[in-house]
Every structure is written in C-alpha cells, then in structure tokens.
Design a protein around this ligand. Structure first.
Ligand code: IPT
Length: 927
C-alpha cells in the first residue's frame, strides 16, 4: 500500500476500488460482536468531511457530517440515486466511472488511558461501498461489502491517553457496486455506527452457541464453541454459564505444536467446545421468544479470569423435513415481509427506535417473518427479532441483477461472494431469529454459489439455505414456465422460493407438480406498489388449503420515499429522479405496505387480516367454528372471544364467550347467543367476532325482506357525469399497460360519447349505461357528482373504515364510519386513484357545524369514492404537492369498480374483479 500525506485526504492503492478481487486487505475475520459498556468507545457524532470528485481528486465540499449517516442525505452536493435492475452507472463490469464521489472522514480520537495493555480494534459498521482506513497517516487496511461491519486492529497504532487522527475514506462507486445491484436507493458513506473496542490480549475472539431443542422431549442441547484469540496461556479453561448457573467447562487448545502428527491428526483449532444437556428447556419461537443469558469466561490455570462475554440464546430447532420447513417440529406458516433498511430522512441509516418500531408494527399486524432483502440488515434489527419473536431469512449482500446470467461465472468475483456469505453467517450465527440463510437475490447461477451453500451447510447444519434464483433454473436453462420450471431447483437452495407466482400456478404446483422434499415459500409476492395488494385473501385461502404451500414474504415493508427539501424550504416525499439522479426508475421504489413514515397502508391492514392466526367459519344457526392457527399457543391464552350483532352498523347486542380453549392447530365449535332480530326495509344484520387485538371476523346474519322504505322529498338534482375511467394506479401503468389502452379507448372523455340514461322517481335517481363491445377490462362504471360547498366530513354505512376494493376488502367490515373529506383518499406518494369503499348503502355529508348537507341513500352495496381531486388531476400529478387545493369535493357512485391486483410486478386483477362490456343499471336516492 502507498499513502499520500494526510492533508491530501487519504491513502488509496490506485485503482483498487475497480478490482472485483480486491475484497479486503488487513481486515479482521468476522465474529459475533460481544463487547459492551466501558470496553466500547463510540465514535458516532460529527466528523469533519471532505468530498472529492474522485479518489485523490479535487475537493467539491468541505463540511461536517454526522456518523452514522449517508452523506447523500446530508446536503454535501452528492444526492442519492434510485435504480431497480439497471446499474446506476454505465458498464461493462468491472468498469467504474472516473467521476466517483469520495468522502474523506477525519476525527481526532483518544483511546482511554485505562485501555493501556489492551488490544484495540476499530469497527466500521457500514461503509458504502469501499472503505480505506488510516491512522496518523499510516495505512491500516481496506474492505468491501457495504452492509457488514469491518474491523481492523489498531493496537500498535494508537497510544492510550494520546490523541491520534483517524481517517476513513469511502469511495462511492466500485467494482463491488456490481454485486450490490439491488432495487433500492444508492447512497454513500458511513451509514452505520463506528466504534473502538478493547479486549484483553488473551481473549475470547468469538463465541458460537448452538442451542438445539428436541421438540418431542423438550431436551435442549447447548454447544458453545469459544475461539480464543492471540497469545498462548497453557491450561486456560473456557467456562459456560446459562442463566447464571454453570453448565460446563473445557480446556482451551492454543497453538499448533512442533509435533507434526499432533498438528495433522489431533489439533482442531484454537479454542474450546463446551456441551451440555439442558432438560426441560423452554423453546424459542416467534410466538414465545424465550431467551436465555449465556456467559462465557476464559480463566487461566489458576482460575483467574482472563476474559468474559455475554450473549443471549434461544433454544429451537429448524429443519426441512419432506416438503415442510419445521420450527420446533411444526410446519409454521411464513407470514412475512421483505425489509430494506430505510428511513425517509436517514436513507440507509435507521435508528434503533425505528427498527424496534418496525418489528412492533409487524407483530401488531400478525406478521411473523422477515426476509432481510437484499443484504444483512443493521445488526440491532436481529436483536429485536430475537427479543420480540420474528423468523428471519438472513440474506447476503449479493445481487447482480443487470448482469444476472454472466457476472458470477467469472472467477474474479468468487472471493467477494464467499466473503459476503460467510461473513454474514459468522456475524449472525447466534441469533435464534435467523431460520434460514439466503445466498442473495437475482444473481443467476454460478459454481461459486454452490460453494457458498456448501460452506453454509458445513459450518451451520442447523439452518436451511435459501436462494431466490436457485429455483429459476428450469426457466433459465430449459425454457420451462411456472410451475413446471420450479421443479428443477438447483442444489444450492433447500426451499423453492418463487417470486410473484399467480394463485393458479401455486394451486397447480400443490396439486400436481410439488417436490416431495422441498417446501415452497414465496420469497416475494403481492407487490404492494402504492394502491395495490389485490387478492391477498385468495393467496391465503390457497396456502391454507395446500400443505405444499407454506406462505411467503410480501414485497415489501416500507415505501422507499425520501424527504427532499425544495428550494423554497418546503419538504416533499421524493422518489427516483427527483434529485436529478440519472438513470433512475421513478416511483418503482414505492412498494411498501407502510408509508416511509410507517403509517400503515390499506394493504397492510388487509394483510394483517388475511394472515390472522384465528380462523372463523359459520356452521349454521348460532354455530361458529374457531380455528387456532398458532403453532405453540392455546387460544385461551390469547384473549377473550367477544361477539357483537349490528343492524346497519348500529350495535344491537354484544357479549363475550370468555376464554375459549383451542389447542395450537386445532378447531372448536362455539355457539353465539344471537338474539331474535326484527329487520325492516333494507336493513342488514351482521355478526362480528373478535379475539383481542389478534383477529376479527364479520358475517352477514340476515337481511330484511320487506318493501322499500317510503320515498322522501325530491333530491337536489346535482349535475352528474358518466365516469368510466379512473386515474391509473401503478399496477395499471407498469406491468400490464392498461393506462395506455384506456387512453386509446378514450375512456377519460367517454362521457362525451357514451350515453348515460338517467331517470328520476321522486328522490330516486336511476342510471343506465351500455359499455360498448370491445371495451374489455375498464376501471369503473359509475357517475361523478359535484358535492355542495361546505362539505367537510362524511358519515357512511358500508365497508370500512379504510380504503377497500372488491379484491382487497377482507380486512374491512360493514359498519357506520365517519371521516373528514380530506382523509377519505389515501395520500400515496405517487398520486393515483385511491379511496374506494365497497358495499356502501348510504352516505351523509356534513358541514363544519356537523349539519347534514346532503344524504345519499338506498345504494345497493355500491362502490363509492369521495375526493377533492378529479381523476384527471390525479393522473397528471407527479407528486402530492402538484395537486390543487380545492374547497369543494366530488362524489363517485359506481355500479362496478375494478380491483387493484398487483400487476406492476405480478398477477393482474383477477377475472371476477374486472369490468367488461354490457348494460349496467344502478340507483340511489338524493336528499
Ligand atoms: C424483484 C426484486 O427482487 C425486488 O428487489 C424488487 O425489485 C421487486 O422485484 C420489484 O419491486 S425483481 C422483479 C424483476 C421480479
């Protein structure tokens, strides 16, 4: 290595960032991080920062930035860039642009005086994408892989009690970027914490704890491998305590001896292994995340303590048996989401509080699994998953999407692949939450992936291996189509993890194709781009019907919108291209079931309902069958089962069945004491059941058979206009190009050509329209009315309270709801049609004094939208702030309204939720 003077900013072996095989130099082996308290010196906070236009180039900006933090989010003149499949810069690999923003971080650091005699290590939590380290102008090392910590030993470079200068240089674009071609924002900088830590010279370098538990007998088997570091200490012992009690000890082995046969045949490596049986140990699961404290000590021959570390373990067993993934012997259903580290202000820097909130929100919405798409997430996230209970598929930071079929077949990328996979496993091995290792995403197939899978299986036989592209072999090699193409998964994956399969393909797989020895778990499905998430109920009906389907991970958890400050000082939520980033992929980064600020989207509320762990079915009369889908929890331990009867949304009776014992996986029949009902006119009665916050259900009990209620006074005759179009949702713009087709059919102006026949009978308004032949699959058949001025709130009876569509309404109930007009639509970052409500029977529009301005009733379970914006305005807007502020609002009453599907990437709206040619007739009363 060469180094320039510190004043020049950094040492960088020329061109090393452009070499795929230059993975790391002088970097320490990955271990589980075990130090805390006074042994750690945080270097988080402000650092002096210089941005160069390229490594060793000219200064573009000198300032102070926060660590951890992406410099792309700190106004230094180098914004983030969003691309999906395409690389953010031109290739071919390993070409790296000459102009290559390079950040030089500097800081005075004083190692505490009482660290004298200790070993001192620098840990850089995350550097995007290549890191170079120097201390007082002396080159220390370098390394790649933006999503794992890198450690360098500084013991001989620093003097405790005396300041030194630490310089961390980060190069933004590198050969490594080709391995990090994920669909996300490209940021740059030190996005995770930086710290120094100390250990004794003779120390515990790493601990690997395997905590197995036999689900039949409840007997735990604890095996602790402690690796000892550095110098030699004859007769030293490793001692292990579980929850404070000693469970075993073993003598540590140290160095290779001079005797060859001892070395060759007996010495298995430095350290010690302690094993112990733990009878009757409580299991860890996502439902009961029971953790135990493990303390590992290194003591010398005289019993004096040399070193001591603590960690938490959970006893559980994960295995693939036949076509099932078993956790503690149960084929758990994977109710998962894909998660990127994303914060709307921090980019890849996510606070601990935000990570905890993510897991709490997931748990609160009945989810039990996360795939860390598509790289190891922040280490704290796994601590929270251990503690709160989530099954994690831990994915290595490998995606070569733009060069999927070719890149990894070149040998120069091999070392990086092995480093990324092995270092992830070495970091996360002790987390009970990690149930599978994943080799990465969309990187084709190459022998080095087989090698990586082989390494994982040898190192850690306790977890299956997952690889998304591994199931695609039949498609890539043999030209087969799903589900036949899933039949020949490569050996590197232990599960079949298809992406965005149709329900029909899943059913066919389960009934005619399925492999007897590999579970099917969808690694991505139900692409939740803005207004999306149709047919989730049908996916889950199929999953529950077929033991060959075991759930999956929705794409994805959070909208990757970023807060952008505009020149006038206001802020907006930005997507690809908004920062002048080119190339870019526009709003394709907005696929979250929660908004960037973690407000749940209606798709999450639907998901929470369809995966709820309690099933209900009407068995006739007063009978309801309860199914307990928990794997390890009796229903009686969850909450009371409460019931309520409503008539047109008003409660008429309610009660509780108290705690109902139902064993995990079992069903039981209960009787609900429904009172006799007398219904009139068009009244409808519903029965609802609820089990705490976990699950709810509603069914229609009865409908009145009487004549219509008497007609009221004549309506105000608001101007109405035919509506056959809606502002296309992203699922209609991307994927199937309905938006274009509708434009060609002239749907936005169809009211000028297609006749709407309207009759009135007293207050009743009756519409009829004939949708011409050939107008297949249009978004709606309805009318748009202008509402009187002064309307600020809506009170209605129908499905709610949140937005719902015919293919995404399982998570709603029929009831009486109220909302502000402004809150009726959903503020998707990329404006589009939103806010539909199905099954509407009446609406009342209220002014600021709560006076009823207009009543629209006698709707026959129609689809209704209320909005201050027209479809034309929504379709023309790129961002929310492009929409006009308006006093008055519009009301759409539709005979039919198209579903949402998930067609941007995945199945389009299914047949029952499409609208075609024919004559439609619908009516309502205006008062
Ligand atoms: C798939 C990717 O794995 C994911 O990262 C994301 O890009 C998602 O789809 C789309 O939003 S790739 C796609 C080609 C199926």
């Amino acid at each position: 290595m060469t180094h320039s003077s510190p004043a020049a900013g950094s040492f960088l072996p020329v061109g090393s960032w452009t070499r795929p095989e230059a993975v790391a130099l002088n970097r320490l082996p990955m271990t589980t991080f075990l130090r805390e308290g006074a042994d750690v010196l945080s270097l988080d906070g402000p650092w002096s920062f210089t941005l160069l236009d390229r490594p060793g180039g000219i200064v573009r900006c000198g300032t102070t930035v926060q660590v951890p933090g992406c410099w792309t989010m700190q106004d230094v003149g180098d914004p983030p860039q969003y691309t999906n499949i395409q690389m953010p810069f031109p290739g071919p690999p390993p070409h790296v642009p000459d102009e290559d923003p390079t950040g030089v971080y500097r800081r005075q650091v004083e190692v505490p005086a009482d660290w004298q005699g200790s070993r001192v290590v620098l840990q850089v939590g995350g550097a995007d994408s290549v890191l170079y380290v120097e201390v007082d102008g002396r080159a220390v090392g370098m390394g790649t892989d933006s999503r794992l910590a890198q450690e360098f030993e500084l013991t001989d470079l620093v003097t405790p009690g005396r300041p030194c200068e630490l310089v961390l240089t980060v190069v933004r674009w590198s050969a490594a970027s080709y391995l990090e071609d994920q669909d996300h924002w490209y940021h740059a900088g030190l996005h995770r914490s930086v710290l120094l830590y100390r250990t004794p010279r003779v120390h515990l370098a790493d601990v690997r704890a395997v905590a197995d538990r036999d689900p039949e007998t409840g007997v735990g088997q604890l095996t602790v491998h402690a690796t000892t570091g550095e110098a030699r200490s004859e007769g030293a012992q490793v001692r292990v305590h579980l929850d404070g009690a000693p469970v075993g000890r073993a003598t540590a082995r140290w160095e290779h001896r001079t005797n060859v046969s001892t070395n060759a045949y007996r010495f298995t490596g430095r350290g010690a292994t302690v094993s112990a049986e733990v009878p009757g140990v409580e299991a860890w699961s996502a439902e009961h995340p029971r953790l135990h404290d493990l303390r590992v000590e290194l003591v010398d021959a005289d019993g004096a303590r040399l070193d001591s570390v603590s960690l938490r373990v959970g006893f559980r067993r994960v295995e693939v048996r036949g076509h099932e993934l078993l956790v503690n012997g149960r084929a758990v259903l994977i109710k998962g989401v894909n998660r990127h580290d994303h914060d709307p202000r921090g980019g890849k820097t996510v606070s601990r509080a935000a990570m905890r909130r993510d897991v709490e929100l997931m748990k609160g919405h009945n989810l039990n699994a996360v795939r860390t798409s598509h790289y190891p997430n922040d280490p704290y996230f796994y601590d929270v998953c251990d503690e709160l209970g989530m099954y994690v598929v831990d994915e290595a930071n490998i995606e070569t999407h733009a060069y999927l079929r070719s890149l990894l077949t070149s040998s120069e990328w091999g070392p990086a692949v092995l480093e990324r996979v092995t270092r992830m496993a070495l970091r996360d091995k002790n987390h009970p939450c990690v149930v599978m290792w994943s080799l990465g995403n969309e990187s084709g197939w190459a022998p080095v992936l087989d090698a990586a899978a082989a390494w994982l299986r040898a190192y850690d036989p306790t977890r299956p291996v997952h690889y998304e592209n591994g199931y695609l072999d039949g498609a890539l090699a043999g030209g087969l189509t799903p589900p036949q193409s899933w039949r020949t998964p490569r050996r590197e994956t232990d599960v079949v993890p298809p992406m965005y399969p149709s329900i029909e393909d899943l059913e066919e797989w389960a009934t005619t194709v399925a492999l007897p020895e590999r579970p099917l778990i969808m690694c991505e499905y139900a692409h939740a781009m803005n207004n999306s998430g149709g047919d989730l109920d049908r996916y889950w009906a199929a999953i529950r019907r077929h033991p060959d389907l075991q759930g999956g991970f929705v794409w994805d958890w959070v909208d990757q919108a970023l807060v952008q400050r505009l020149p006038d000082g206001t802020e907006r939520l930005a997507y690809g291209g908004d920062f002048g980033d080119t190339p870019h992929d526009g709003p394709f980064c907005l696929n979250g079931v929660v908004a960037a600020d973690r407000t749940p989207h209606p798709s999450l509320l639907e998901l929470a309902h369809v995966v709820q762990p309690v099933g209900f079915a009407w068995t006739g009369g007063e009978g309801v069958r309860l199914t307990n889908e928990h794997d390890f929890t009796d229903l009686a331990d969850v909450a009371d089962v409460d019931w309520a009867v409503t008539v047109d949304g008003e409660d008429v009776a309610a009660g509780t069945l108290g705690r109902v014992p139902v064993a995990p996986g079992a069903t039981t029949d209960v009787r609900v004491p429904v009172p006799p009902l007398r219904l009139h006119g068009r009244q409808v009665a519903h029965l609802s059941l609820r089990v705490g916050a976990v699950a709810s259900w509603q069914t229609e009990l009865a409908r009145a058979q009487d004549a219509e209620p008497p007609a009221a006074a004549a309506g105000p005759g608001l101007p109405t206009r035919l509506a056959l179009w809606r502002a296309p949702i992203d699922n209609e713009t991307y994927g199937p190009r309905h938006a274009e087709r509708w434009e060609q059919l002239g749907l936005p102006t169809a009211h000028e050509r297609v006749q709407l026949r309207t009759e009135t009978e007293g207050a009743r308004v009756i519409h009829e329209v004939t949708v011409p032949d050939g107008w297949d699959d249009i978004p709606r058949v309805g009318v748009r009315l202008g509402l009187p001025p002064g309307v600020v709130a809506v009170d209605w009876l129908g499905r709610g309270p949140h937005e719902n569509y015919s293919d995404r309404r399982a998570g709603t109930t029929v009831g009486r709801w109220r909302t502000a007009v402004d809150d009726w639509p959903v503020r998707y970052v990329h404006p589009q049609a939103s806010g539909n409500r199905t099954g509407v029977r009446w609406l009342r529009f209220l002014d600021a004094d709560d006076r009823v301005v207009l009543t629209v009733d006698d709707l026959d379970d129609l689809d209704v939208t209320v909005s201050r914006w027209t479809d034309e305005e929504l379709a023309a807007a790129g961002h929310l702030e492009d929409l006009p502020a308006r006093e008055h609002a519009y009301l759409w009453i539709d005979a039919r309204h198209r579903g949402v599907g998930s067609g941007a990437v995945g199945p389009d709206v299914s047949a029952p939720h499409r609208i075609g040619p024919g004559t439609y007739r619908w009516s309502y009363r205006l008062r």
